[in-house]
Design a protein around this ligand. Sequence first.
Ligand code: PA5
Length: 459
Amino acid sequence: MIRFDFSGTTKEIIGQAGITREDIESLRPLTEKAHALLMAARKKGDVIFYDLPERSGMVEDTDAMASGLMGHFKDIVHIGIGGSSLGPKAIFSALKNPLHNYTSSPRMFFLDNVDPEYMASLFGMLSLKDTLFVVVSKSGATAETASQFMTALGLMKERLSDAYKDHLVFITDPERGILRQLAYELGIRALSIPSEVGGRFSVLTPVGLFPAAMCGLNTKLLLEGAKKMRDIITQDDVFKNPAYLYCCIHFLALKRGANVSVLMPYSNALYDIADWYRQLWAESLGKRYSIDSREVFTGQTPVKALGATDQHSQVQLYREGPFDKIINIMTVDRYRADTIIPDVLDGIDEFSYLASRPVSDLIKAEARATIASLIDAGRMTTHISLDTIDEETVGALFMFFEAATAFMGYILKINPFDQPGVELGKKFTFALMGRHGFLDLSESIESKLKTIPGMNIEI
Ligand code: PA5
């Protein structure tokens, strides 16, 4: 189903900058401990993403709610941000036709930014009587999500009066938070995100499953793919466990100065999975303190790139720029649709190699060419190839990257499941918006935002 080829990171293939089997074996004390701790945390119920495929009642409740609502709405607006949006968006992009919203119903919109222009355009275009709003927030307290929910609610109350309740689904914590409280008080449909699962590890909960079901995707197959992968990536032997091997290679790369991890799928459909990975790897691993409270300032900057498009934008840097990257190329063996390039330019020798060939031949050749050219330049390059893109492979990829990220966190000796670094920005926003209890931060904000004469040019 999925092949992981790490040869392009080895000394045999890329020369001096590469790693050896011995390098990986030398990490054994670290990997054995990380594996033991991670599996103990899983057993204790502290790390539950591994076991979501078997979560009792979760997929059944999700599918049942979706089947009761399907066919009633022309548009679905998914309101949420970060972990409450990137996963469902990745599923939709990977598994629905790229032009789905132009050709099919229900159209799916992801409202994951408080960009006033986008919001005004979207709300201005929707026919509220045909729209379902899915409001997703684990905490129920996120300002961006709250503002969009309030906007939707205001419009619905005005135009649909009490019927607005039929146009809302909440996906939130089973007990805590304002959304859960409102669900009880107002009688709004709600699905639960298991309380132990953090936002960016929640794609295989109703957060990702409900929108998938509403679009007619097979949620059970998503979980089946994740489960099959889970059974492979919980093995302790690093050389049989692709998530652990991916992590060890990234750890060794980081130690050699590769502060950047690029994920570059050769598929538009997989680009939002790279976006999801970008949050997962960044927010989980970018940490100031280790679990024993030492200042470590660790992490690896994830970058998303798109093949073949970014060959004409990024690859120059990847090949000839600083040795600060590990590049992960993702390819697809069988694309779900193809186009034969017609033989229309008879006599033009420069293009004859393209004539009568499927476009997939070209993108596959470009991926192989990029891998070879990066290797030629001594750049650490991995190759993840999917047989095809379907529910099972996508579910498997989620599980793979979540396990790799959690394991990397344990190897780096940091907590991969928290995000203390985003808290201060949230508090400053509350202060700037005049929220009670946060106003005493105003002075500190102003001192940071003051302008220095000569360093501030208006034109
Ligand atoms: O991974 C995380 O925890 C975050 O990205 C959250 O998903 C994001 O901040 C949104 O939070 P919430 O779902 O509570 O609205």
